[in-house]
Design a protein around this ligand. Structure first.
Ligand SMILES: [Zn+2]
Length: 509
């Protein structure tokens, strides 16, 4: 669910206009059908032989002066590296012949009578695409949602959104299979593993347990305890205790036990580990409050992860810094993922031990206690830090530093600040999309869909996984919660999205 960002051509129409070695594909960026076809092209084109360009007057004049706006809006145009121009069905056949899996379609599609049939079918779709694809899955700024709603009571929106989905359905399924294979591979490679980094200063202990293991396989979230300079951070849940005990046989030096926040997979062994090692427990004041007593978990989470015991005395409250073996870490409050979240930051080594305060740039299925507005503020705070290594609580390390060795799927070669900035941009975009949606009085379901226009970011790529998470968590973790996470109040008096849906309401202000 958190693969590295997929290059999004639909969002970067300006890329390499002048690349004459590539087939330049001119498509209507306002049309859901055209966008879906671009998704297909992207999936087929492993060698980057094509460049997809959304039509604009500037693009057309840069690519080829023979191209006319009206003609290009009417049908697909392809300009070959040799400067030939193909339009409509002939353009489709030209593109199909570029890739091994569609080569036959390209070859046959150019011959009589298939060529004539192809042109006829293409002509029919091209003539009718405006009535099929009216508003681009909610990202549309051309067709006014007000007007669309008046005319068709959101029928146009859904027909367009579903059309984009149906055209991409084989791709969605394929992406789901690939993501599942990738998750399984990462799980297998981290099973009972330990990752020693920075000459032993940083160690990631991967935690397992028969039932907890379903989470990394199905959702891609690994369970870890991070050891940093004598501090054990987030020692897992009771169902991961045996796995943690296995790691402790090597007797790593542990002088303090710290929790970043009171979620069940992080706080189930605080007192246990403290008793075992003699290292005192440190938690924030709010985390201590959440842990005494620990609220009763929904049964699915209790069954799979395990209900943590209440926090017992003695424990210490975290201050602004916490001493380590060789220095100290700053303790920075970072509410958002949940209200009590803190991160630990080593300014000397430029390491951020982020817990769940990051969760990838595009995390679309938050838990019900996420407050995205608070998260935005926390991320802005993190942007002020100098970060070279960002260690997440669920097994991902973002860094460009060469003293951290490669570990595909775990070590992500990305500048941590760029990753945080990307998340900030995404959350700001979502905030705007959701605010506009509520202002326009759109139903919650439509706002949710409008936050995931198919052609943008990883909407279709992660769609199957996100929906699987929704289903298996019985709605606790979902794209719907993402919308809701922007409209929380401190008292949390708002109805849940499900309650809103059940009562048929649309406005949860
Ligand atoms: Zn968490």
């Amino acid at each position: 669910m958190r693969e590295p960002t997929v290059e999004d051509i639909a969002e970067k129409p300006e890329e390499s206009h002048s690349a004459n070695t590539a087939y330049r594909v001119l498509y209507d960026g306002q049309c859901e059908i055209c966008q879906a076809c671009v998704s297909w092209l992207r999936a087929l084109d492993h060698e980057n032989t094509t460049v997809c360009l959304s039509i604009s007057a500037e693009v057309l004049s840069t690519v080829d002066s023979r191209l006319g706006m009206d003609e290009c809006l009417r049908q697909l145009h392809v300009v070959t590296p040799k400067g030939e121009i193909f339009a409509g069905w002939d353009a489709v056949a030209c593109l199909a012949s570029l890739f091994p899996s569609t080569w036959l379609i390209g070859a046959v599609g150019r011959q009589f009578p298939f060529r004539n049939v192809g042109r006829m079918l293409y002509g029919f779709v091209a003539r009718n695409r405006y009535s099929l694809s009216k508003c681009r899955g909610g990202a549309c700024r051309v067709a006014k949602p007000e007007a669309v709603r008046r005319q068709s009571r959101l029928g146009a929106f859904w027909s367009c959104y579903m059309l984009g989905f149906c055209i991409r359905l084989p791709l969605v399924l394929w992406a789901a299979i690939r993501a599942a294979a990738q998750r399984t591979s990462i799980f297998a490679r981290t099973y009972h593993k330990r990752l020693n980094l920075l000459d032993g200063k940083l160690t990631i202990l991967f935690l397992n347990g028969p039932l907890p293991n379903t989470v990394p396989v199905l959702f891609g979230e690994l369970f870890t305890t991070v050891l940093y300079d004598g501090i054990a951070i987030d020692p897992g849940s009771p169902k991961m205790r045996r796995s943690l005990a296995r790691h402790l046989r090597l007797k790593p030096r542990i002088t303090k036990v710290v929790a970043t926040h009171a979620h069940e997979e992080h706080v189930g062994n605080l007192n246990w580990l403290s008793d075992l090692t003699g290292a005192p427990v440190y938690v924030s004041k709010m985390t201590a409050r959440f842990l005494t007593p620990f609220k009763k978990l929904p049964w699915v989470r209790a069954a799979i992860i395990g209900q943590p015991p209440n926090l017992e005395q003695p424990y210490h409250l975290l201050d602004e810094t916490v001493d380590t073996d060789s220095g100290s870490l700053q303790v920075i409050p970072t509410p958002g993922h949940c209200d009590d979240h803190i991160v630990l930051y080593d300014p000397k080594e430029k390491v951020l031990l982020a817990g769940d305060a990051f969760m990838g740039s595009y995390f679309a299925t938050p838990n019900p206690d996420v407050d995205s507005r608070k998260w935005l503020v926390s991320l802005e705070r993190l942007m002020k830090l100098d970060i070279e290594i960002l260690v997440e609580g669920h097994g991902h390390i973002h860094t460009l530093r060469t003293d951290i060795p490669d570990f595909p799927g775990v070590v992500i070669r990305q500048d941590p600040k760029a990753a945080v900035a990307e998340k900030l941009d995404y959350l700001r975009w979502l905030r705007e999309q959701i605010e506009v949606g509520f202002q326009e009085g759109l139903p919650v379901r439509v706002i949710e869909a409008s936050c995931f226009p198919w052609g943008r970011r990883t909407s279709w790529e992660s769609c199957a996984t996100d929906e699987c998470i929704r289903l298996l968590s019985l709605g606790h973790f979902s794209r719907t919660e993402l919308v809701r996470s922007f409209v929380r109040t401190d008292g949390d008096q708002l109805p849940t999205v499900y309650e809103v849906r059940m009562t048929g309401g649309g406005d949860i202000h």
